[in-house]
Design a protein around this ligand. Structure first.
Ligand code: NAP
Length: 248
């Protein structure tokens, strides 16, 4: 188990399927964990449930598309827990349709959250991480950023873009003790995927050599490793975890 005692972690979109597992895993490893959300009712219920399992996660109502809100959140986290050492850019959405039918709204919404949101959260933190000489940034991309997917030109563009950001930022901060990596999950058994009709889900599973969906906990294990001191020599990398569905 990684030792993250004393570290402060921010996981964006932690109240969702994968984010929740990451929050719990980092907390289990000793980190003080914060997350942000849009939906207050859902987040408060989620926080109470986490508390009942012994996890004290601090929550902030901040939309990742709001740069000033993100800057204010970083100041508040610093006051409440200390400066952020570990950032997991996990908040993300899909708005799928073929490009022929894709309205500008659907394109912009996905760009704003998945890509601009990553900038809004990361940029205010980078100065502090480099000046303290230690930091971990983990960007949650997707298999569909690597292989493309019909109906996801917007989503795939953002997820491929995330790894471009990872590789560039990794070069900027490598000598300052800060690593930047991408995790690209395949199909994971979250509410989003479980809501897909069973018949279609079975077709997806048939394309996965491992013969099953991944679990949020498996993604969290990888993130937990990348957040640790032991992962100090890996940076700018893209870690695929997809049951063999896409191999590079
Ligand atoms: P999810 O359950 O839908 O969770 C998404 C989270 O992001 C929610 O907590 C949501 O909070 C938050 N969020 C969305 N827009 C936000 C915004 N503008 N500001 C702040 N928070 C926002 O999704 P998931 O399946 O756990 O996916 C997590 C990440 O993994 C995403 O980036 C997704 O693209 C990626 N991924 C998922 C899979 C999969 O199979 N599930 C596969 C590959 C990659 P609110 O509800 O409060 O808005």
């Amino acid at each position: 188990m990684s030792n993250l005692n004393g570290k402060v972690a921010l996981v964006t979109g932690g109240t969702g399927g994968i984010g929740a597992a990451i929050c719990m895993k980092l907390a289990e490893s000793g980190a003080k964990v914060a997350t942000n959300y849009r939906n207050k009712e859902k987040a408060e219920a989620w926080q109470a449930e986490a508390k009942s399992k012994g996890f004290d996660i601090v929550i902030y109502q901040v939309d990742v598309t709001d740069y000033d809100g993100c800057v204010a959140m970083m100041k508040q986290i610093e006051a409440d827990l200390g400066p952020v050492d570990i950032l997991v850019n996990n908040a993300g959405i899909t708005k799928d349709t073929t490009l022929r039918k894709m309205t500008r709204d659907k394109w912009d919404a996905v760009m704003d959250i998945n890509l601009n949101g990553m900038y809004n959260v990361t940029q205010p933190l980078i100065e502090g991480m480099t000046s303290r000489g230690w930091g971990r940034i983990i960007n949650i991309s997707s298999i569909n950023g690597q292989k493309g997917q019909m109906g996801q030109t917007n989503y795939s563009a953002t997820k491929a873009g995330m790894h471009g950001f990872t590789m560039s930022l990794a070069q900027e901060v490598a000598r300052k003790g800060v690593t930047v990596n991408t995790v690209s999950p395949g199909y994971i058994a979250t509410d989003m995927v479980m809501a897909v009709p069973e018949e279609i889900r079975e077709k997806i599973i048939a394309q996965i050599p491992a013969g099953r969906l991944g679990t949020p906990e498996e993604i969290a294990e990888l993130v937990n490793f990348l957040a640790s001191d032991a992962a100090g020599f890996t940076t700018g990398a893209n870690y695929a975890m997809n049951g063999g569905q896409h191999m590079q």
